[in-house]
Design a protein around this ligand. Structure first.
Ligand SMILES: Cc1ncc(COP(=O)(O)OP(=O)(O)O)c(N)n1
Ligand SMILES: Cc1nc(C(=O)O)sc1CCOP(=O)(O)O
Ligand SMILES: [Mg+2]
Length: 360
């Protein structure tokens, strides 16, 4: 007497095999068409093929098909609201990876009631799938970051706020108002608080599809799982930062001349800050680069470049006339009477400029 009704076991196996192969196919397509990664594509294809071969060897296909009863399946009507929402390709990968891992485990467990050798084969496929899914998910994170960075226009430097609640509520409001990148820059916080703010800020920003960068501190950026770190000319050199953050997180470097901008690219920066363009209240300087530097950058720098220093609604047109449609600000939003409206307005002007440029 089998430990489970045979018909039910075959139904479970049939559903789980379909789920696993669909998940593997989802990742195969991503590796092939999004990542152009032939090795990853081949890896998922061989996993799918090996699963089909193992099933063909260990499970009676006729019984599998005969057990299928989709109209009578009480589970097809049950849906979580999140099943219909994938806000990024990385979330598609994460969902497919989870589905593959779960269904392979189900196949393995119920497969044991039919054929132990089949279950052992599926176990090996499951281990290989874990590794392949993790690699692809990490690669998806990286390309998502790069895409978000390439599309970013409005970058805001923030402090840690009066309280964690006020800080996260502000990030949420300003992300919805159009801020694409947040940078935590707060020299008054102790390391523990800086880390805690970075961690919660990075999580909130990720949930809202925004990037989160930590100022100066590569160690805290990694510990808090932020998207990257921003360093200045007198701080850790790029190679030392990379040794801490790796290749998957973003590196931003402050530049004050075209020579520094070119050097930053050679050093592997993902983006640069270009300033100080104008005088502002956040940080004092002896000299200002003005829009002339932005013009040089627009003509010869290929990575994303954010103009910074005293930029607000009153001088944004000068920045844009210099060919720059990306800005990093503090005071223009922090000190505005209505920060949300200030962010919305800056973003709208930046997007108009980009659209006008793309259409010419
Ligand atoms: C986007 C961006 N650009 C420039 C800076 C300035 O960095 P740095 O020169 O290191 O000065 P501090 O911010 O550390 O005072 C920045 N933070 N962000
Ligand atoms: C922190 C910082 N770095 C700058 C640079 O040019 O490197 S300008 C700057 C201050 C940015 O704040 P605000 O928008 O209020 O001027
Ligand atoms: Mg710095």
């Amino acid at each position: 007497m089998p430990i489970l009704p045979r018909q039910a076991t075959y139904r479970i196996l049939d559903a789980s095999i379909n789920r696993a192969t669909e998940g593997l196919r989802t990742l195969e397509e991503y590796a092939r068409f999004v990542q152009d990664d032939a090795a990853a594509n081949a890896c998922f294809k061989s996993l799918r093929h090996d699963l089909t071969t193992a099933v063909g060897r260990g499970i009676d296909r006729q019984r599998l098909i005969e057990s299928r009863d989709t109209p009578g399946d009480v589970g097809t009507e049950i849906r979580e609201p999140t099943e219909y929402v994938r806000s990024s390709s990385q979330k598609v990968i994460a969902a497919a990876s989870a589905r593959i891992a779960q269904s392979l485990r189900v196949i393995e467990e119920y497969g044991k009631t039919i054929d132990g050798r089949f279950a052992a084969e599926v176990e090996q496929i499951r281990y290989r799938a874990y590794q392949a899914c993790a690699s692809l998910e990490l690669a998806a994170f990286t390309s998502e970051r790069t895409t978000q960075l390439a599309e970013a226009k409005l970058y805001l430097l923030i402090d840690g706020g009066e309280s964690e609640q006020e800080y996260t509520a502000s990030i949420e409001r300003l992300a919805k108002a159009g801020v694409d990148i947040f940078q935590l820059r707060d020299h008054s916080l102790d390391d523990r608080t800086l880390y805690l703010r970075a961690r919660v800020g990075a999580a909130v920003a990720r949930r809202l599809g925004r990037l989160f960068i930590v100022n100066d501190r590569a160690d805290i950026a990694v510990a808090a799982d932020a998207d990257g770190v921003h360093v200045g000319q007198d701080e850790l050199p790029a190679a030392a930062v990379r040794a801490i953050i790796g290749d998957r997180r973003l590196l931003g470097i402050s530049t004050h001349s075209i020579e520094q901008a070119k050097e930053a690219i050679d050093d592997g920066a993902d983006y640069i800050g270009c300033g100080p363009v104008f005088a502002g209240r956040t940080k004092q300087f002896d000299a200002y680069v003005g829009p002339a530097f932005l013009q040089q950058v627009a003509q010869s720098i290929s990575i994303p470049a954010f103009a910074i220093g005293g930029i607000d609604q009153s001088n944004l047109s000068e920045v844009m006339a210099a060919g720059c449609d990306r800005i990093a600000v503090t005071g223009a939003i922090r000190d505005a009477e209505h920060p949300v409206q200030a962010a919305e307005s800056l973003k709208q002007h930046l997007l108009c400029q980009s659209e006008a440029r793309e259409s010419t």
